[in-house]
Design a binder for this molecule. Structure first.
Ligand SMILES: CSC[C@H]1O[C@H](OP(=O)(O)O)[C@H](O)[C@@H]1O
Ligand SMILES: Nc1ncnc2[nH]cnc12
Length: 289
């Protein structure tokens, strides 16, 4: 099978450079319009698709990002591996602004978003015990190291609804009681939906600030975040440029089973399935429907 890398660019990452045959394509999805057109092309001989999560010009809030349409559209284009690049606050002294963290766990505190492609008439339950792909995460870590980026492998991401940043009490709770490492507003339900769509998903958290727990840094300051974002975005683009060489054009089945997540997940009997739902899920779940 052929590799196709999908990159979801977060705050500050609205385009990537160097794609051969670069073309912004509009992809229709039964789940609505994606955040923007998708930049397609080839990098290092490997097909790539880039989608700015908030749209060019940053028009979507973390709540209004059309997560289902985005993942469905990437799947329709043939993407096999999704790299999510996201600005995050840090709960750890040693995870400093400018560092990257390869996230491997999440606590999902979002509450105002559609979290599944499935529903009445087509019910499915996938496991997200291990919501990211270790193979893809290791490639991102290797790419970061090759670029001289300080990278921490493994970390728990607290996904909050936003758009306001956390209170001091919330920040302390997430850090001291729940043991989280970073905080952001967008990787959930994105990671859950990628798993439902049988896509390998890795999350690269780019630290912009210390959230509000840090006694010497005080409240989260958006001006400081934006200043750090610019440097982080350049590093993220350099990391992405390394991925084709690390992943290669040919792809074996995922050793962790991300691409087979739906093997036993659908509970609705074939004769009881809603034909409209089956049609809507033709890209996400077509392999097993
Ligand atoms: C720019 S600060 C808050 C904003 O940045 C992050 O977005 P993304 O994850 O898309 O990089 C965070 O989740 C908030 O949406
Ligand atoms: N401190 C923070 N909290 C939530 N999302 C963020 N994105 C960047 N910094 C953040």
């Amino acid at each position: 099978m052929q590799t196709m890398i999908g990159v979801i660019g977060g705050s500050g990452v609205y385009q990537i450079d160097g794609l051969e045959g670069a073309d912004w394509v509009t992809v229709d999805s039964p789940f609505g319009a994606p955040s923007d057109a998708i930049l397609t092309g080839r990098l290092g001989g490997v097909p790539m698709a880039f989608l700015p999560r908030h749209g060019r010009g940053h028009v979507h809030t973390p709540t209004s990002v059309p997560y289902r349409a985005n993942i469905d559209a990437l799947k329709r284009l043939g993407v096999t591996d999704v790299i999510a690049v996201s600005a995050c606050g840090s709960f750890r002294e040693e995870m400093a602004p400018g560092d990257f963290v390869i996230v491997d766990q999440f606590i999902d505190r979002t509450f105002a978003r559609e979290k599944s492609f499935f529903g009445p008439g087509l019910v499915a339950h996938v496991s997200v015990a291990h919501p990211t792909c270790p193979r893809l995460g290791a490639a991102c870590a290797a790419a970061a190291r090759a670029e001289g980026i300080t990278v921490h492998e493994g970390g728990t991401y607290l996904a909050m609804e936003g758009p306001q940043f956390s209170s001091l009490a919330e920040s302390r709770l997430y850090r001291e009681v729940w043991g989280c490492d970073v905080i952001g507003m967008t990787n959930m339900p994105e990671a859950k939906l990628a798993r439902e769509a049988e896509l390998c998903y890795a999350s690269v958290a780019m630290i912009t600030d210390y959230d509000s727990w840090h006694p010497e840094h005080g409240s989260v300051d958006i001006t400081q975040i934006v200043a750090t974002l610019t440097g982080n975005a350049d590093k993220a683009r350099a990391l992405v440029a390394r991925l084709p060489g690390l992943l290669g054009p040919e792809r074996a089945p995922c050793p962790h089973g991300c691409d087979r997540a739906l093997d036993h997940a659908i509970l609705t009997a074939p004769g009881a399935r809603d034909p409209g739902m089956v049609e809507r899920l033709s890209a996400v779940a077509g392999r097993v429907l």
